[in-house]
Design a binder for this molecule. Structure first.
Ligand code: NAD
Ligand code: GLY
Length: 363
C-alpha cells in the first residue's frame, strides 16, 4: 500500500492508495465514528455502495446508512445538497457523525460541503471512485456546489480525515470518464514536473489500458504534487491557483454548453491547450510544448478543439466571473516553461483574443 500525507498541521491527513482497499474495512473503520452516512449516487451505489454498507454494518458497533443522490454534474446544486441534510436530520445523526463520500468529484464536493455545514462541521472521509477524484478533487479540501451563474460558486474549504483510493474501482469506469480524469494527471506534469510529463508521454497507452502499476504511479505522483501545493497554500492565496491550469477556459466551456455535456476533464483538457497557446503567443514557451501537450491529449483520447458553437465573446463572458478575477482583472494560469506555471494578470489582451479566435474558427 502507498501512503502519502497532506501536511496541514492539526488538520493533516493520510492518502492511502492500493488495489482492493475498499475491502479493508479495518483501515476504513479507523477513520469513522459510530454514526456513518455513506453518500454516493445512483450509479455507484449498486456497484460499491451497498457492499460497503453491508461490510461496515457487520461491525456491531457501527450504525451505517446509505444515501444515493441522483447522478450527474447537473445535480451538483443546493437542492441536492439539501437531500443530505434531510437524511441526516431524519436519522437524528449528531455532531459525532461521519459522512463518507463514495463516488466521483460531484459526490465528493457535495458530501464535503455537507460535512462542513452539518451542525457546523462533522467528520468526513473521501473514498473517490473516478480517476479525476482520485488525483484531484478528493485531496485538498475544496468542497461545494454549482450555481446557475457559475461553477463551484458556493462552497467551503473543509479537509477530510483521510482519503482512501482503491484502484480496482476504476475497472467499471466508462472510458470517457477515465480520459477526463487523465486530463488532470497531464496538468500536474505541465505545471509542476517535466519528468512526470515525459513519463506520461511514454506510458499513456498503459494508463488508457488500466494497467494498475502505471495507474498507481500516476495517481501517487499526482496526489504528491497536489499535497505539496495544498500544504503551502491551503486557501489559494497564491500558489494553489496553478492547479487551475486551463480551468478558466474550461469552466467557460462547461457553463456555456450546459453542465454535464462536456465533462469537466474534457473542458480542462482543451482549456490547458488554450493556456499553452497563449503562453506561446506571449513568447514564454516554445511551440513544441504545445504540440507535445496536444499529442498527449490525443493519446489520452481527450479533445483538442473547443466546441464549435462558442465565440471569443462567449468565452470572455464566462471568464469574467471566474474566481480568480480580482479587482475586475482577469488572472490566468500560464506556463513559463514546461513543468512551471504562474498566475498572472499581466498579459496582452490582444494576444488572448487571438488565442480565443484560433480555438473558435468555426463560429
Ligand atoms: P462525476 O463525479 O460526475 O463522476 C463521473 C461519472 O462516473 C458519474 O456518472 C459517476 O456516477 C460515475 N462513476 C463514478 N465512479 C465510478 C466507477 N468506479 N465506476 C463506474 N462509474 C463511476 O465526475 P468526476 O470527473 O469524478 O468529478 C467532476 C467534479 O469534480 C466536477 O464537479 C468538478 O467541479 C469537481 N472537481 C473538484 C475539485 C476539487 O478540488 N474539489 C477538483 C477537480 C474537480
Ligand atoms: N482543483 C484545484 C484545486 O484543488 O485547487
Amino acid at each position: 500500500m502507498r501512503e502519502l500525507r497532506v501536511d496541514l498541521g492539526d488538520r493533516s491527513y493520510p492518502i492511502f492508495i492500493q488495489s482492493g482497499l475498499l475491502a479493508n474495512t479495518d483501515l476504513l473503520a479507523s477513520y469513522l465514528s459510530k454514526q456513518i452516512l455513506i453518500v454516493t449516487n445512483e450509479t455507484v451505489a449498486p456497484l460499491y455502495g451497498e457492499g460497503l454498507r453491508v461490510a461496515l454494518a457487520t461491525r456491531s458497533d457501527l450504525t451505517v446508512e446509505l444515501l444515493a443522490l441522483p447522478d450527474g454534474e447537473s445535480y451538483k446544486n443546493l437542492d441536492t445538497l439539501s437531500l443530505i441534510f434531510d437524511r441526516l436530520l431524519e436519522l437524528r445523526f449528531n455532531r459525532n457523525a461521519t459522512l463518507l463520500a463514495l463516488g466521483g468529484g460531484v459526490v465528493g464536493d457535495m458530501c464535503g460541503f455537507a460535512a462542513a455545514c452539518y451542525q457546523r462541521g462533522v467528520n468526513f472521509v473521501q473514498v473517490p471512485t473516478t480517476v479525476l477524484s482520485q488525483v484531484d478533487s478528493s485531496v485538498g479540501g475544496k468542497t461545494g456546489v454549482n450555481h446557475p451563474l457559475g461553477k463551484n460558486m458556493i462552497g467551503a474549504f473543509y479537509q477530510p480525515q483521510a482519503v482512501l483510493i482503491d484502484l480496482d474501482v476504476l475497472d467499471s469506469l466508462p472510458s470517457r470518464e477515465l480520459s477526463a480524469g487523465l486530463a488532470e494527471v497531464i496538468k500536474y506534469g505541465l505545471i509542476y514536473d517535466e519528468s512526470f510529463f515525459e513519463w506520461l508521454e511514454v506510458n499513456m497507452p498503459k494508463l488508457i489500458a488500466l494497467d494498475k502499476t502505471a495507474l498507481e504511479y500516476a495517481i501517487e505522483e499526482s496526489c504528491a504534487i497536489k499535497a505539496r501545493v495544498v500544504a503551502q497554500d491551503e486557501r489559494e492565496g497564491g500558489l494553489r491557483a496553478i492547479l487551475n491550469l486551463g480551468h478558466t477556459f474550461g469552466h467557460a466551456i462547461e457553463a456555456h454548453q450546459g453542465y454535464g455535456k462536456w465533462l469537466h476533464g474534457e473542458a480542462v483538457a482543451v482549456g490547458m491547450l488554450m493556456a499553452l497557446d497563449l503562453s506561446v503567443r506571449l513568447g514564454w514557451i516554445e511551440r513544441a510544448v504545445l504540440v507535445r501537450a496536444r499529442a498527449l491529449n490525443e493519446a489520452a483520447n481527450l479533445p483538442v478543439d473547443g466546441p464549435s458553437n462558442m465565440s471569443p465573446d462567449d468565452y470572455l463572458g464566462y471568464m469574467a466571473v471566474d474566481k480568480k478575477v480580482l479587482d475586475k482583472k482577469l488572472r490566468l494560469v500560464l506556463l513559463s516553461e514546461l513543468g512551471k506555471a504562474l498566475v498572472t494578470e499581466d498579459f496582452d489582451h490582444d494576444k488572448l483574443l487571438a488565442c480565443l479566435n484560433s480555438f473558435c474558427t468555426e463560429v
